[in-house]
Design a protein around this ligand. Structure first.
Ligand SMILES: O=C(O)[C@@H](CO)OP(=O)(O)O
Ligand SMILES: [Mn+2]
Ligand SMILES: [Mn+2]
Length: 558
């Protein structure tokens, strides 16, 4: 990869569009377009602002692709997600994403030739290999089939003792599916045991309550995981993981199962992590692994009392943070997302403000900038994080911090200190993931109100807005058959969809600063999230670099 030092970041002037406009870039998280029925919370909610933008179709409102190949995922059946969505939005190009890179490395066997695998395999003779990560086939953070291949590959290459620390999902897959995934894994581990590998599940817990916090919202989540995985301590002890998940599901859903450890006949945890062991965090996606990676890797660490810090060989499935080089060892090289639009714009005098609340803060900063933490140029940028509510599920507070984000964005626009004001409004996604339809309707309304605050500010300063989303979620809250009818489970209950979707997302442009004649091109019907960066660069008065995906707009002559 060309290092930033060798690249020219100078952008050419746009032949027709002026510089110096104040531009709001609004990303509604989890806001897709789907047929209007009672399970489409965006349709049910009062969303006058987003509805009015739609009136601008086709010149100033359209749909773009936000899933599958359009965002670098392995197949067209892969729903979009925040990481790949914001990567595409910020980088303006489509990179083969972690899911795909891991698939390729496993298929070719190259994963086993890399430095990362060699490093951990030095522990195989005497130590245990611990695999920690999300157990589902959701394909957002991890995939079961990748875990299965890694188990096979590692055992064939000398791992004699393997402990899997599972995090149950219910967010990228149906709630309740955890039991089936644990059964499949147990079956695989039993086969490994027949071959003489001591392989077992050692601990578990629900992803939102154990380990997979992000952006340092709540370190207790990571601590609960640490206690179970590393120390072998948890409030719930079971002999068998299937039994554990079934029992704990009586009082919690998959996302929030409390931590448990598997114990032997003497009530002793079977798989704490000890000196000499190897650890792999099997998620390919970064955000929800960074905190654990810090706890496993950093010598100086004060976020919680680790009690015991084993001397281990640790590798991530990928490197999760390119700036922090965290973790330093990894099995598969991450996508090299270089020359992002944020970096270009800062080099071309565009002063940027970015804001969200904690749970999505890294989306408009870290993911937007190609999985890179920190500023490109602190003199030109300001990133503001509004603390998220902690310790609740977001259906309890569906308005979240939408209005606070709207206010911060408004103030940044009015201040005149920034050329680009970029926000992520989380409600549709975060509340959509709870599966609570009523709360998601409230969430969508709040998101719409936040958009209005921002558009009003843009109106006041004669600026431009561009409003879009990173993937679908709130527009469809039920699982459906091929013809789109809701599916019922065996008890006759609706199957609630907590996950993202494969629906397209809207994009709208407007504002008093938008030059007359600017409209969406009609010759880019397959446009996706990766086309947005060039579009934004145009609105700032620049032509995007040649290798960026093409712009979505054109300037008609009159
Ligand atoms: O919460 C998350 O981690 C994912 C779903 O797994 O959602 P998003 O991609 O919108 O962040
Ligand atoms: Mn998202
Ligand atoms: Mn989401």
């Amino acid at each position: 990869m060309a290092s930033s030092g060798q690249v020219s970041f100078k952008l050419e002037d746009h032949p027709k569009l002026p510089k110096g406009k104040r531009i709001a870039v609004v990303v509604l998280d989890g806001w897709g377009e789907y047929k209007p029925d009672q399970y489409n919370c965006i349709h049910v909610a009062q969303t006058p602002t987003m509805d009015s933008l739609k009136q601008g179709a086709p010149d100033r409102w359209r749909l773009i692709r936000a899933h599958g190949n359009a965002v670098g995922l392995p197949t067209e059946d892969d729903m979009g997600n925040s990481e790949v969505g914001h990567n595409a939005l910020g980088a303006g190009r489509i990179f083969a994403q972690g899911a795909k890179l891991v698939d390729l490395a496993l298929a070719s066997g190259k994963i086993y030739d890399g430095e990362g695998f060699k490093y951990i395999s030095e522990s195989f003779e005497k130590g245990t290999l611990h695999l920690i990560g999300l157990l589902s086939d959701g394909g957002v953070h991890s995939r079961l089939d990748q875990l299965q291949l890694l188990l096979k590959g590692a055992s064939e290459r000398g791992a004699k003792r393997i402990c899997v620390h599972v995090l149950t999902d219910g967010r990228d897959v149906l709630d309740g599916s955890s039991v089936g995934f644990v059964e499949i894994l147990e079956n695989d581990l039993a086969k490994l045991r027949e071959k003489g590998v001591d392989a077992r599940i050692a601990s578990g817990g629900g992803r939102m309550y154990v380990t997979m916090d992000r952006y340092e919202n709540d370190w207790d989540v990571v601590k609960r995981g640490w206690d179970a995985q590393v120390l072998g301590e948890a409030p719930h002890k079971f002999k068998n993981a299937i039994e554990a998940v079934k029992k704990l599901r009586e009082n919690a859903n998959d996302q929030y199962l409390p931590p448990f450890v598997i114990v032997d006949d003497n009530n002793k945890a079977v798989g704490p992590i000890v000196d000499g062991d190897a650890v792999v965090t099997i998620n390919f996606r970064a955000d929800r692994m960074v905190m654990l990676a810090k706890a496993l890797e950093y010598q100086d660490f004060n976020k919680f009392d680790r009690v015991r810090v084993p001397k281990i060989r640790y590798a991530g499935m990928l490197q999760y943070d390119g700036e922090l080089k965290l973790p330093s060892r990894y099995l598969v090289s991450p996508p090299e997302i270089d020359r992002t639009s944020g970096e270009y714009l800062v080099h071309n005098g565009v002063r940027t403000f970015a804001c969200s609340e904690t749970v999505k803060f890294g989306h408009v900063t870290f993911f937007w900038n190609g999985n890179r933490s920190g500023y490109f140029n602190p003199q030109m940028e300001e990133y503001v994080e509004i603390p998220s509510d902690v310790g609740i599920t977001f259906n309890v507070q569906p308005k979240m911090k939408a209005l606070e984000i709207g206010e911060k964005a408004r103030d940044a626009i009015l201040s005149g200190k920034f050329d680009q004001v970029r926000v992520n409004i989380p409600n549709g996604d975060m509340v959509g993931h709870t599966g609570d339809i009523e709360a998601t309707v409230v969430a969508c309304k709040a998101a719409d109100e936040a958009v209005k605050m921002i558009l009003d500010a843009i109106e006041q300063v004669g600026g431009i807005y561009i409003v879009t989303a990173d993937h679908g979620n709130a527009e469809d809250m039920v699982k459906r058959n091929k013809s789109g009818e809701p599916l019922l489970d065996k008890n006759g209950d609706l199957q609630i969809l907590t996950s993202h979707t494969c629906q397209p997302v809207p994009i709208a442009i407007g504002g008093p600063g938008l030059a007359p004649g600017v409209r969406f091109r009609s010759d880019a019907p397959n446009g996706g999230l990766a086309n947005v960066a060039a579009t934004v660069m145009n609105l700032h008065g620049f032509v995007a670099p040649n290798d960026y995906e093409t712009t979505l707009i054109e300037v008609a002559d009159n």
